[in-house]
Design a protein around this ligand. Structure first.
Ligand code: AMP
Length: 516
């Protein structure tokens, strides 16, 4: 039986955990003995086949930042993003696979081959980003048996280690993303109600505010620029993060900044820092309000707030939550580790439901009482061309087929009709979003269904969308008369990055690189 693992693939840090013989998750330290690994990559200068991941990659940024990559998660699913190193364009999926490979390698060295994994993603990640994350896992040689939303993973771990009941809100503010999830928990029964989030709100945005202040102060004092190279940027980004962390412990942080025109004694108070990021935290507050509204709840209905993600260590975050809910948030679980720990529990549950012979009796016993009901995080639909009641003209509109927050697994069917006589094909556009106006939804797949010839208009097309427990969607479009069906598995979709053959080819390419 292979080792069952869960991976938190974070913007700034990643972590891996496995299920022990009695089904309890444990974090596996990396080869440096650290429980979390910086999600940073450095392409070795001397030996181009060697790629360094982790703390060494962070430190090497000061030497040559052009060969260094961080915060890849922000670019997941972006087909236009790539980093050129020695003539090769590295995509976000490939770069992420290097981080996963490092986690896998270090963990396998101690605990035997790691293969079956669940990888966590922010709750609001769309299908394309979820698929990109799964592809990265496959490229790293992992069997990705599922994807789990980060706050759900944290709640799974939390509920399995503490006695919890009531309405729980998970506030997950990490290095690059923010998620808020509301759930109903009764012992080991966890029912997700809804999630909201922003994948461009996190620790690196807070660091940026301090970085900008340092640069501004330097300019004021010396009338000269502090930043003269990418390496300078890398250095002062890290100084800014350090100041931010100090301000979580102390009221004032002081730092000597050594620039080319002279030294600057930089000081920042917690109060000033908190003011400088208040608009960002307001965005998080707004998302809490939207989530409460979606759940049909108010702040007084929430029994506990659970903190997840390194940025929740900031006192201002905890104070704002206390002001809003009237009680202090829960800080009893390790905010850096609980997502990976919960992902391992989910991996065990997933394997048990797929093939119980793959799970040892000890692990099955440890997980038997846990019951998770998750929901669909977005609405999914299709573009269609109904007749506008006012004008009598056809208009392009988005029609929702699967609604946001429907309990998983779920399936929904709707009938559509061909528009013209002798229509030879229909154009299918799968959407994500609620709005009827196509301008305000994401188009996540574009396909064509060929139709039999010589038919009248208004032939029925049955459209069925389903969403499985692993947060993946499948769609089918059936021409009812001919039974001709187009199946769209979003894992093979053209908007996503790779199909199985490409993954195999890419894996061969990447096998030539040594990840350290
Ligand atoms: P995560 O993605 O959960 O690993 O969170 C990483 C983020 O948490 C980074 O942006 C860190 O700078 C931030 N972080 C970690 N510790 C602290 C702290 N003590 N105060 C403020 N931010 C922190």
């Amino acid at each position: 039986m292979s080792t069952i693992a869960g991976i938190d693939l974070g913007t700034t840090f990643s972590a891996i955990s496995i299920l022990n013989s009695i089904g309890k998750p444990e974090i596996l330290p990396n080869s440096d003995g650290e429980r979390i690994t910086p999600s940073a990559i450095f392409f070795d200068e001397e030996n181009p086949d060697i790629i360094r991941v982790g703390i060494e990659a962070i430190n090497s940024r000061y030497i040559n930042s052009k060969r260094s990559v961080r915060w890849v998660k922000r670019h997941m699913g972006d087909n236009n993003y790539s980093v050129n190193i020695d003539g090769k364009n590295w995509t976000a999926v490939e770069l992420s696979s290097l981080i996963l490979k490092k986690l896998k390698q270090d963990a396998s060295a101690e605990h035997g081959q790691i293969k079956d994994v669940v990888i966590s993603v922010p709750a609001h990640f769309d299908e394309v980003r979820r698929k990109a994350t799964m592809d990265a896992g496959k490229l790293a040689g992992l069997n990705v048996i599922g994807i789990i939303n980060e706050p759900v993973a944290a709640a799974l771990y939390y509920a399995s280690t503490q006695t919890v009941s009531g309405k729980i809100m998970v506030y997950d503010l990490g290095g690059g993303t923010f998620d808020v999830t509301i759930m109903n928990v009764e012992g080991n029964n966890i029912n997700i109600i809804c999630s909201q989030g922003n994948h461009e709100l996190g620790g690196i945005d807070f660091d940026k505010r301090i970085y900008e202040k340092i640069v501004e102060c330097y300019k004021e004092q010396y009338k000269d620029s502090l930043i003269n190279s990418d390496e300078d940027s890398a250095k002062y980004e890290d100084e800014a993060e350090d100041i931010k962390k100090t301000l979580s412990r102390r009221e004032i942080a002081k730092k000597m900044i050594y620039g080319s025109s002279g030294n600057l004694r930089f000081e920042m108070t917690r109060e000033d820092y908190e003011k400088s990021i208040s608009d960002l935290l307001d965005q998080a507050d707004m998302l809490i309000d939207i989530a409460l509204e979606e759940a049909n709840l108010s702040a007084k209905d929430i029994d506990k707030v659970l903190l997840v993600g390194g940025s929740t260590r900031m006192p201002v975050v905890q104070q704002r939550l206390k002001d809003k809910f009237g009680f202090a948030p829960e800080i009893s679980v390790n905010v850096d580790e609980c997502v990976a720990l919960g992902a391992a529990i989910h991996a065990g549950l997933t394997l048990m439901s797929q093939d119980s012979t793959k799970v040892s009796a000890g692990i099955a016993g440890g997980l038997s009482s846990i019951n998770l009901k998750d929901v669909c995080n977005h609405s999914y639909g299709t573009l269609c061309a109904p007749i506008d009641r006012e004008t009598g003209q056809r208009i392009i509109a988005n029609r929702v087929i699967l609604s946001k927050n429907t309990v998983l697994p779920c399936q929904a069917t709707q009938m559509f009709y061909t528009m013209e006589e002798n229509q030879s094909e229909i154009e299918i556009i799968i959407t994500q979003g609620e709005d009827a106006d196509p301008r305000f939804v994401n188009r996540i797949a574009h396909k064509k269904l060929k139709l039999p010839k010589n038919r009248p208009a208004k032939c029925p097309i049955r459209v069925t969308y389903s969403y499985d427990l692993n947060q993946r969607m499948h769609c089918s479009f059936e021409d009812v008369e001919s039974n001709k069906t187009l199946e769209v598995d979003l894992s093979l979709d053209e908007f996503s990055q790779l199909d199985e053959k490409q993954i195999e080819e890419n894996s061969k390419d990447l096998a030539g690189f040594c990840v350290k």
